[in-house]
Design a protein around this ligand. Structure first.
Ligand SMILES: [Zn+2]
Length: 482
């Protein structure tokens, strides 16, 4: 991509961003009471006023163009009843039904089908006759069947000459092809064109005020994208306990477009999360095996070798301790693991990739599983109500795989998971033990990752942050003007 195009894109993105902020100003106002940080709460009032100014300007412009300067009106596009793209909140003045002047050659009008509309309705609303529709049908040939059933939301493109005659008509034949009917040549023609799917990158930035989902929504992200963001950083950030007001994120992600129409979001390309002053980053990279993975700046997988906590627990019912009063035996002895209280039947996940070394009954532990992860590290899980199906001794398990369910078998006074982390056979505190860092990419891959992913994406993230800082510095100045 050339610098110029990129610059243009950036400008458009900024414009979209501004528009979104304006559109969501009522959201900001509504949710202002959620905010912990009230220092910026004056800005919605400012937006509100600006909206009135905009509306006023639009009204004046509309009146001028409609009544005082009819020449403008003829230059303007008509407002066909089915035209869905009009954004003005005010009713447009009625235009004379006289055909407006000279759409340039190939000035296609896009029309979206409204509920209950037929193709002939759409044709007649464009001043076209059933004969025109018949000519299109005749010329459409093999693509004709696509015109027999139309549905709301579908789009048709019209090319209408300055004399009001139909010169061309475009529609989707199917998922793969678009049919283009031309009626302006010596003979009507129909050509098929492959429909264009493209991926464009979009950017969002948010600041946490109440919770991650609210911040995501304010930044224009849907819940699925917020989920993807949380998934990337869940190994480093506990989104329930660690999040603080003022934490922020910047995310660059793919959006898919078909024939220029946005269809949805794809994967995260790069993301940054600042949590309590610590900055975490994740970059997408196509690995040697062809799969995508997400890596931190130093080329280590975002996914850590071990989950810190292998169960969705409600509370820690007993911490790791060298000296505790055992509730069953009544004796003082060490507690070689952590007890996570959780409802009976809660799934227990393998903390890391490994091989099942033990699965069965063990005195005190009840239903017990031990996973060997490498030559030094093993993890152990006790008091299970039952084991997961198919997990046999000697079999490989993946991190996160369900190995059993919370219970209170063995010496237990309530349902909980007793979890041990053993290094060379010695129990260590799973809450504080230094977990081994995952292996970075191999040297050649690492070099490629740094050059082709980190360098450009990091520059973009920094550029976005810089722009946000500048925008933030601008805001107070605006207020003093008012
Ligand atoms: Zn225990």
């Amino acid at each position: 991509m050339s610098g110029k195009i990129r610059g243009g894109l950036r400008a458009r993105k900024q414009a979209i961003c501004r528009k979104a902020q304006r559109r969501h100003c009522s959201f900001y106002e509504r949710c202002a009471h959620w905010s912990f940080d009230r220092s910026e709460s004056a800005s919605p009032i400012h937006w509100h006023r600006e909206r009135w100014v905009l509306a006023g300007t639009a009204l004046i412009a509309t009146l001028l163009s409609g009544f005082i300067m009819p020449a403008w009106a003829t230059a303007m596009k008509p407002a066909p009843t089915v035209e869905p793209h009009t954004l003005l909140p005010l009713p447009l003045p009625k235009l004379s039904p006289i055909r407006q002047a000279a759409p340039k050659v190939d000035d296609w009008q896009v029309v979206r089908v409204q509920p209950g509309q037929t193709l002939s309705d759409i044709f007649s609303s464009h001043g076209l006759s059933l004969t025109d529709l018949q000519r299109v049908m005749d010329a459409a040939g093999s693509a004709k069947s696509a015109l027999h059933s139309i549905h709301p939301g579908q789009e048709f493109d019209f090319l209408i000459g300055k004399d009001g005659s139909l010169r061309g008509f475009r529609f989707d034949k199917d998922q793969a092809d678009r049919a283009i009917v031309r009626l302006d040549g010596p003979q009507p023609t129909m050509t098929l064109q492959a429909r264009v799917m493209d991926v464009r990158e979009e950017v969002a930035h948010g600041v946490i005020r109440s919770n991650l989902y609210a911040a995501g929504a304010a930044a224009g992200l849907n819940a699925a994208m917020v989920g993807k963001l949380a998934n990337l950083f869940k190994y480093d950030i506990d989104f329930v306990q660690d999040l603080r007001p003022g934490d922020s994120f910047t995310v660059i992600y793919d959006a898919t477009y078909r024939d220029g129409v946005r269809r949805g979001e794809g994967d995260i390309v790069a993301a940054e999360f600042v949590n309590q002053g610590t900055r975490y980053t994740a970059y997408r990279f196509k690995k040697a095996d062809g799969d995508y993975g997400w890596f931190s700046e130093d080329g280590r997988p975002i996914q850590k070798s071990f989950l810190r906590i292998p169960v969705d627990f409600t509370r820690i019912s007993s911490p790791f301790s060298m000296d505790r009063l055992d509730p069953i035996t009544g004796r003082r002895q060490e507690h070689s693991g952590v007890d996570y209280a959780a409802p009976m039947g809660t799934p227990i996940h393998a903390a890391g990739d490994g091989v099942i070394k033990f699965r069965g009954w063990e005195r005190g532990y009840g239903n017990f599983v031990v996973i060997q992860h490498n030559k030094d590290i093993s993890t152990a899980y006790g008091h299970m109500s039952r084991f997961a199906k198919g997990e046999r001794v000697g079999e490989h398990v993946k991190q996160g795989e369900v190995i059993g369910y919370v219970g209170m078998t063995g010496w237990a006074t309530g349902p909980h998971l007793h979890y041990e982390f053993r290094v060379d056979g010695v129990a260590r505190n799973p809450q504080t033990v230094t977990l081994p860092k995952p292996q970075p990419l191999p040297a050649a891959q690492l070099a490629k990752f740094k050059a082709t992913v980190v360098k450009p994406e990091l520059a973009r993230l920094e550029q976005i942050d810089q722009r946000i800082k500048l925008a933030r510095n601008d805001t107070p100045a605006d207020h003093t003007d008012n």
